[in-house]
Design a binder for this molecule. Structure first.
Ligand code: FAD
Length: 189
């Protein structure tokens, strides 16, 4: 198989990236360890920042989010039996957070990939990267068969807290838990 960008990890970051690339006409393929059912049902985050909601809307993926999400405009702090309202919307020019579960976001993003024709390979194993600096190849096993993707650029996206620049290509290799941080061949640090 051949594509422009290989994305490793169908979390919110990897899937959002797939949509952003697709919108710019850049081909990509997403690889995910776990099953679709698993990622669509695992309970994790529940609160979305305004920027995430805006981006989902911009990508045309916010129908369910806007219908089912609950806007929270502020919170109350209580001291000595007295409530003090902190109105976040007033303080931030109308912004607010939205209560909408991460696994629902994942459903929206995966469904969007299906509609746009962005391939996602679920339940892959033995994912490895080769020749990242030259002609990147991702090798993996899917349904018992060894497969490989040749990419013109490779992004390995496993989470969000770490980015390296290597030879004019961006590698985003991350973990949301720093204990499990992934290092890619050629990483600068
Ligand atoms: C209980 C809980 C509550 C939270 N609440 C909030 C909240 O309210 N608001 C908020 O903003 N954030 C919250 N978070 C944090 C939020 O869940 C993470 O920031 C988010 O999941 C990070 O997304 P990601 O795509 O970067 O990584 P992940 O969601 O970790 O996705 C990475 C994906 O990559 C896959 N993967 C990993 N290695 C490989 C490999 N080698 N090959 C193929 N696939 C691979 C994994 O299976 C996974 O699906 C919460 C987290 C938890 C656990």
């Amino acid at each position: 198989m051949k594509t422009q960008v290989g994305i490793i990890g169908a979390g919110p970051a990897g899937l959002m990236l797939a949509h952003l690339l697709h919108r710019r006409g850049i081909e990509c393929i997403v690889l995910e360890h776990r099953s679709r059912k698993d990622i669509e049902e695992t309970i994790r985050a529940g609160v979305l920042e305004q920027g995430t909601v805006d981006l989902m809307r911009e990508l045309g993926l916010a129908d369910r989010l806007l219908a089912q999400g609950q806007a929270h405009h502020g919170f109350e702090l209580r001291f000595g039996g007295v409530s003090h309202r902190v109105n976040m919307s007033e303080l931030t020019g109308g912004k607010h957070v939205t209560v909408y579960a991460q696994h629902e976001v994942i459903r929206d993003l995966v469904g969007g990939c299906e509609r746009c024709g962005i391939p996602i390979y679920f339940e892959v194993s033995q994912v490895s990267l080769e020749a990242v600096e030259m002609s990147p190849v991702i090798r993996f096993v899917h349904r018992g068969a060894r497969r490989q993707i040749t990419c013109t650029a490779t992004l390995s996206l496993v989470a969000t807290d770490f980015t390296d620049r290597v030879d004019e290509r961006y590698l985003a290799s991350c973990e949301w838990s720093t204990r499990r941080r992934t290092r890619l061949p050629g990483s600068a640090s």
